[in-house]
Ligand binder design. Structure first.
Ligand code: 5MM
Length: 335
């Protein structure tokens, strides 16, 4: 394992003022997103939309890395430059989603296990040769009546650790993403409890598998009440509870935490990150973003109705807002 390379790249991804654009929607998800704004989905439609995002002027000031889906990894910019090559040329690290999706967990109705360990070593090796320097694997944990089960937590924690070990062996920084979903009517305390359990089991599994923590990143949810809960908590409480949960369960040797947005509004995702960085200017790890929807929603809408430049401007604005949130310098007036 090249620990020096892994540590260097992990630190670079969370360097000050920068974060990740999650653009690794699988074909089904990306098709839903495009169709949602009235665009017919095709490989070319997905390429054109994403290539335009990546070509945003001065994108690198707020974006250190982009997570790609396999299809995009093999596509080109408008001028024919392979997308990973183009990203590296503008100082943005190409990353790749390497899981093959969350599937029904046998014997546990309503719960999922993320698949993709078979052949992972070979896929990572190919992606490294294509220019990828980090990877992502997302586990999905639902809260509900009797959910999550201990089986769902331990199986996903084990898979995340196995994935992380294989990525590191192949030179890719693993982004470990255990996402506790916002769907449901649970309160924030329940979200805290479940997030604490999946985080502690994931890091215990990582230790058993020999994962090199200084060469990895974590992509967690924030501590938020379920969408259907009538006791929503303030932005300050989200930030405080999230920091507490992370401090209790995440090793301090981890270089960075890159949050997912998970269905939060664009502004909430920015505000929560900003408050956390304001509340604790020196946390054990860098606190950054790896947002999909919260970075792209506005740009996608404009892509359907405006010019390519206007779509880039919408993306650039959200990227800039989140960049400021990295140092607690965002404020509502900037919106
Ligand atoms: C960008 O979406 C990613 C891939 O989703 P699918 O496998 O469902 O197509 C997703 O993993 C994403 O990276 C995370 O959910 C974070 O994105 P959000 O939108 O929650 O910030």
């Amino acid at each position: 394992m090249d620990t020096a390379l892994l540590e260097m790249n992990a630190k670079k991804i969370v360097s000050p003022g920068r974060g990740i654009l999650a653009a690794d929607e699988s074909t089904g998800t990306m098709s839903n997103r495009l169709e949602g704004v009235g665009i017919e989905s095709s490989a070319e439609a997905r390429r054109a939309y994403r290539a335009n995002l990546f070509a945003t002027p001065n994108c690198k000031s707020a974006i250190s890395g982009v997570i790609l889906f396999d299809e995009t990894m093999r596509q080109t910019m408008d001028d024919g430059t392979p997308i990973p090559e183009y990203l590296a040329s503008v100082d943005i690290m190409p990353g790749i989603k390497v899981d093959t999706g969350a599937k029904q967990l046998a014997n546990f109705t309503g719960e999922k296990i993320t698949e993709g360990l078979d052949g992972l070593r070979e896929r990572c090796s190919e992606y490294f040769a294509m220019g990828a320097r980090f990877a992502k694997w997302r586990a999905v944990i639902a809260i509900g009546d009797g959910l999550p089960s201990n089986a769902c937590i331990s199986t996903n924690a084990h898979a995340l650790a196995r994935y992380a070990a294989i990525c590191q062996e192949q030179g890719l920084v693993p982004i470990i993403e255990p996402e506790v979903l916002m769907d449901g009517s649970h309160d924030a305390a329940r979200c805290y409890e479940v997030t604490a359990q999946i985080l502690s089991e994931t890091f215990a599994a990582c230790e058993k598998q020999g994962v090199h923590i200084p060469g990895a990143l974590l992509k967690p949810n924030m501590i938020i009440a379920g969408k259907g809960c009538d006791q929503q908590i303030s932005r300050e409480d989200v930030a405080r509870m999230t920091l507490d949960c992370l401090k209790e369960n995440v090793p301090s040797e981890l270089p960075g935490i890159v949050f997912l947005s998970g269905g939060q509004s664009d502004e909430d995702a920015t505000a929560h990150l900003n408050i956390m960085n304001e509340m604790d200017p020196n946390p054990p790890w860098q606190l950054s973003y790896s947002y999909g929807r919260a970075l792209q929603a506005a740009a996608l809408k404009v892509w359907a109705s405006g010019t390519p430049e206007e779509s880039q401007e919408a993306f650039s604005h959200r990227a800039k807002m989140n960049s400021l949130a990295r140092s607690g310098d965002w404020s509502i007036t900037l919106e």
